[in-house]
Write a new protein. Structure first.
Length: 276
């Protein structure tokens, strides 16, 4: 999946990435879904190991245009994983309290502890995306934030957090079809926000803002991946594969056995026999 990784100090253009690409998997939708089930099982075991060992932390950042599939990615990739060690943090419009602090203050509070996986459904990157497109702060302000973010993520990495960042890449036509599905399906009406259509008019501005953010903040310690996301099954497969491969590289192990475990084993056997 390295072809989707944005190089450090990159100069990528999103127009060079095909949102319909599925070239890293030999098979179609049916086979892809079957492969995801195997990844789910692997991820379940790796998450348990991560939690039991209690040494590593994993932060996953998901960003996308509206309807890009952040919720669906979380639901499908982490299907079956024990929620005890996985948390999802969603960042909405900042509150008055949050606005009274620096923009990273509310983010830092939700970063993972040892043994945890935390998923950011939107993130601190909104502060170089939305604020830029809507001119909420000046260029002099938002342009400095790339450096802030890089150093913030460096701090997390040096303190033991593994960071993976995914931009779920769809095209304008796919977004229109997903909006239409929300309007036509009564069970999806709740997802539709008329304001999203106004944001859609700013598509090109957002694409440019994303390109700059990806190029400025993809680092060795916190890489970005541009994930083809028109095909939901392939999107899930790419994200799941990268997460599983990354966790495997941590070379985790279960904690050492309790001393004199055999003694306790014998006592428990005696207890069960006496209680029959």
């Amino acid at each position: 999946m390295d072809k989707y990784r944005v190089p450090q100090k990159g100069t990528i253009k999103l127009s060079d990435y095909d949102p319909n690409d599925s070239s890293e998997f030999k098979g179609g939708k049916k086979e892809g879904k079957e492969a995801l089930l195997k990844l789910n099982a692997e991820l379940e075991k790796l998450q348990e190991l991560l939690y039991a060992e209690g040494k590593h932390k994993l932060l996953i950042v998901l960003q996308a245009m509206d309807t890009g599939g952040k919720d669906g990615t979380i639901r499908h990739v982490f299907d079956g994983v024990n929620p005890q060690g996985v948390k999802v943090a969603s960042f909405k419009v900042p509150t008055s309290v949050e606005l009274s602090h620096d923009y990273l203050w509310r983010i830092h509070q939700h970063t993972p502890a040892k043994g945890e996986i935390v998923i950011f459904n939107r993130s601190h990157y909104e502060d170089v995306l939305v604020v830029r497109v809507h001119n909420l702060v000046s260029k002099d302000v938002w342009s400095k934030r790339y450096h802030h973010i890089n150093e913030f993520e460096r701090l997390l990495a040096e303190e033991g957090t593994t960071i993976l960042k995914f931009f779920l890449h769809i095209d304008l036509k796919e977004q229109a079809e997903r909006f239409l599905a929300r309007v036509e399906d009564p069970e999806k009406h709740w997802k539709f926000n008329p304001g999203d259509l106004d944001e859609r008019k700013r598509w090109d501005e957002y694409q440019k803002a994303y390109e700059d953010a990806l190029n400025q903040t993809s680092t060795d310690w916190a890489p970005w991946y541009v994930v083809p996301a028109n095909k939901k099954w392939y999107r899930n497969l790419v994200v799941g594969t990268i997460i599983v491969d990354t966790l495997k590289k941590l070379k985790m192990s279960f904690p050492a056995d309790v001393p004199d475990l055999e003694v306790y084993h014998k006592r428990l056997l005696e207890m069960t026999l006496n209680e029959e």
